[in-house]
Write a protein that binds this ligand. Structure first.
Ligand code: GTP
Ligand code: MG
Length: 299
């Protein structure tokens, strides 16, 4: 039998841990600038950046006390569900979907990926409240507004919502603007990284409060789920006991029947024996009489 108490303790600890930390998780196809975006937030080179498929494992880094940035590998169009990444998205306080403007509008595979992320949540409203989009490489396209507009209208059409926060950033401008040898504050501002960072920071308090409510709901859900499994197991045990009882009763009545048969046939044998006994006495008597008669006749 499973150790349900152990399961519950594990679930409760996980929920408690979730409620005490804030997790910001990025998502997007490979090479979209996910790791670069988180490095910009951190103001340091923490996540490896390369112009090829680079991030292969989920990597959390503490950005501020209790606030984690979780860098994920690129979503692949034809890849099946990745359990680890899915768990990270389900536990996220904010999912940051990253798209690089150099690639033009959102690709169908990215729209599908957003729908897949949405399907990880029971409540679509909850999902959209914890979703935002960041377009990177702002400096690479002069007409980026149209690309963003078209992308958002596609998301609206295919995913059913587009009223989430959108940032159009440049990681390269930010890096250039924050060069300690030659800082360019205007370039930093233009990169929209500070605005994105402020948006996240402004939400910390809200997410912390929300986490307390979610924690209560989740602990209740965990309790209910463990209880319902326990009830199922208890009913199964009762059914097994009933089945065993029936089997024992069947066996008992079978043996009692057999015993009755044996007793009856023994009684019959005794009666037969008694009858034979009477006959024997009779024959004995007859013999004695004959013997008497015979001896009288002879002498
Ligand atoms: N021009 C420009 N290039 C960028 C920007 N952000 C990222 N890049 C470049 O895009 C390439 C990929 O960046 P990454 O941050 O590694 O992208 P990723 O999404 O983490 O990639 P994977 O980990 O492979 O999924 C690198 O060459 C970056 O320098 C940006 O804002 N502007
Ligand atoms: Mg990466």
């Amino acid at each position: 039998m499973r150790d349900y108490i152990q399961d519950f303790v594990q679930m409760r600890d996980q929920i408690n841990e979730d409620s005490t930390s804030i997790r910001i998780v990025n998502a997007g196809i490979m090479n979209s600038g996910k790791s670069s975006l988180f490095n910009s937030l951190l103001d340091r080179y923490e996540f490896t950046v390369r112009d090829a498929r680079e991030t292969v494992a989920i990597k959390p880094i503490e950005w501020q006390p209790g606030v984690f940035l979780i860098d994920t590998p690129g979503l692949e169009a034809n890849k099946g569900d990745d359990a680890e990444a899915n768990r990270a998205y389900q536990r996220a306080n904010m999912i940051v979907f990253v798209h690089k403007l150099e690639a033009g509008e959102l690709h169908q595979s990215e729209i599908n990926a957003i729908n897949r992320l949405k399907s990880l949540f029971d409540d679509p409203k909850f999902f959209w409240r914890h979703f935002c989009m960041v377009f990177t490489a702002r400096e690479s396209r002069s007409g980026f507004e149209q690309i963003v507009q078209k992308s958002l209208s596609d998301v609206q059409k295919e995913c059913g919502y587009s009223d989430f926060k959108v940032f159009i950033v440049s990681n390269t401008d930010y890096a250039e603007g924050t060069d300690p040898d030659d800082p360019i504050p205007e370039l930093v501002e233009e990169s929209e990284i500070p605005a994105f960072r402020k948006f996240l920071q402004d939400n910390f308090e809200i997410w912390r409060k929300e986490s307390i409510i979610i924690k209560k709901i989740k602990i209740n859900q965990a309790r209910e789920s463990i209880l319902s499994q326990l009830r199922i197991e208890r009913d199964q045990i009762y059914r097994n006991i009933e089945r065993k009882k029936e089997q024992i009763q069947d066996q008992q009545s079978y043996f009692l029947g057999r015993l009755r048969d044996v007793f009856e046939s023994t009684d019959e044998a005794w009666r037969e024996y008694d009858r034979e006994d009477d006959e024997l006495i009779e024959i004995g008597n007859e013999l004695e009489e004959l013997k008497d008669k015979h001896s009288r006749e002879v002498f």
